[in-house]
Design a protein around this ligand. Structure first.
Ligand SMILES: [Zn+2]
Length: 488
């Protein structure tokens, strides 16, 4: 039997019935990703498996470095095939790392390749995958169609003109692609050089002079309106922890003016300024009925030598252990006091924060809708079987699993859509086991409906993003029904 077979991860009869009967055919609503909208609008084709699979993948770089592979073969100047071979040599050492599952699931779903990747199979797999990449159903839009992705949200800077999103909206493509408002750079008053570069961009994007803090806020609000008019209904923030000690606007104006003059805010000033900005962004989202996403708890680029030589976002980040719960609750409470708390999705990076985050969400459910505050899917280092189960268990034990809006890829790669399949298998396995044990009723319609809703319908209702009617019959979210030519 192939390693990735049809009942992969499904260890009971109920798990298999739930997955094949209720989860596999559901479409995908990927409400948080980092795919470049340009690639989708231009329907990018990929020349080789390096381009579509390895380029930009810091998960793989970390594993390769840990396997003794030199930086040249990760982010350096080695050829695409040399880098692929270096990855292939690493895979047999990645047993029990989620990369081992993902690698083989992705090779199977995109190229119908069942061989295990290692040094001896690398050449054959390289040729087999590359020959298939020339087919139209493996272009950027071909992949979205193949995996039945009905909605995709990208992550975008407020200064972005969203030209590609607008072109996609006019194109009538089956997958609706929406922008997400991600204003992290608006908090950088402690780094005036980067902050001023960004504010200058904001001036151009908003087509107005930003001479004061008030005009800074106006320009951001104007961009938020523009994103709304371009279809956005979500924002996203990457934070080490929640900022919840806002200063008065008069103090923020001074901190802003200092930063514009090149004088860095102190850590304390930055925190108070950022708190005020996060309160402002929350209000904007609430006014427009958006959903804000908070990705909390990463310590980023902590290896100074590597950051200098290789750069940020290259696989030198770790799980932070800041005290999260009180600051998260204080931030949500600030907004709630003003009746300005938008729909919110909370993502933690530290597994020790599963229960604090899940219970923080519970404090702010207001009865206006189902699960207005969501405990978000397992993120980044937690996006693996144990991490997914941990998130599902904390949510089940302290909230309503049946109201959960499900998985996101949070990915920069077009080869990540099987993450949804992986999540669905883990979900069905967890529920199926408890049905088997009698801890959940053997009520197939009841449990099947919950599974189906978590895969797609809950997110559709919660986010309110318009979905286009597909031109063709559904193939299901795992892309697995596609017949792919065998390689010789
Ligand atoms: Zn993300």
């Amino acid at each position: 039997m192939d390693f990735i077979h049809e009942d992969f991860l499904l260890h009971s009869e109920w798990a298999r019935r739930l997955y094949h009967g209720y989860a596999a055919a559901e479409p995908i609503l990927d409400y948080h990703s980092h795919l470049p909208p340009e690639d989708i609008a231009q329907d990018r084709s990929f020349r080789n498996v390096f381009e579509i699979w390895l380029q930009g993948d810091h998960y793989k770089w970390r594993a390769m470095r840990a396997n003794g592979i030199a930086e040249r073969f990760c982010t350096g100047d080695a050829s695409p095939y040399e880098k692929f071979l270096a990855w292939a040599r690493t895979v047999p050492f990645a047993l029990r790392n989620p990369l081992y599952h993902w690698t083989h699931l992705e090779l199977k779903r995109y190229f119908a390749i069942s061989k295990l990747l290692d040094e001896t199979t690398a050449g054959w797999i390289w040729d087999c995958a590359n020959s298939q990449l020339r087919q139209p159903d493996l272009s950027a839009q071909g992949i979205l169609q193949r995996f039945h992705v009905r909605v995709l949200c990208t992550s975008d800077d407020p200064c972005d003109d969203l030209a590609y999103h607008r072109a996609l909206a006019e194109s009538g493509a089956a997958c609706a692609v929406y922008p997400t408002f991600r204003p992290d750079q608006a908090l950088l008053v402690h780094a005036p050089e980067a902050f001023n570069r960004w504010v200058d961009q904001l001036e151009r994007a908003a087509n107005r002079e930003i001479a004061s803090f008030a005009s800074f806020l106006d320009a951001l609000q104007q961009r938020h309106h523009y994103f709304h008019a371009s279809g956005a209904r979500l924002s996203d923030h990457g934070l080490p922890y929640c900022y919840a000690t806002p200063c008065a606007e008069s103090e923020a104006a001074k901190i802003f003016a200092n930063a514009r003059a090149g004088r860095a805010a102190t850590p304390d000033e930055q925190e108070r300024f950022a708190s005020l900005m996060m309160f402002f962004f929350g209000r904007l989202d609430a006014e427009k009925g958006w959903t804000q996403q908070l990705h909390i708890g990463a310590l980023r680029a902590i290896n100074t030598r590597a950051r200098t030589e290789v750069g940020r976002d290259s696989g030198f980040d770790t799980i932070g252990d800041d005290n999260q719960a009180s600051r998260l609750c204080a931030y949500l409470d600030l907004l709630e006091r003003e009746h300005a708390l938008p729909k919110t999705i909370l993502y933690n990076l530290n597994p020790a924060d599963n229960y604090p985050f899940a219970t923080a969400a519970g404090n702010f459910q207001d009865g206006s809708m189902a699960a207005k505050i969501q405990f978000g899917s397992a993120w980044w280092f937690l996006d693996q079987k144990e991490g997914i189960e941990g998130q599902l268990n904390a949510l089940s034990n302290t909230g309503l699993l049946a109201r959960f809006i499900g998985m996101v890829t949070d990915s920069r790669s077009f080869m990540s859509f099987p993450r949804h399949e992986y999540f669905r298998r883990v979900l069905c396995n967890l529920i199926g086991r408890e049905m088997e044990d009698g801890e959940l009723p053997n009520d197939e319609p009841l449990l099947g409906k919950m599974v189906r809703n978590i895969c797609f319908e809950n997110a559709r209702q919660y986010l309110g993003l318009p979905i286009r009617e597909p031109h063709q019959a559904s193939t299901g979210g795992n892309g697995g029904s596609q017949q792919v030519a065998e390689c010789g």
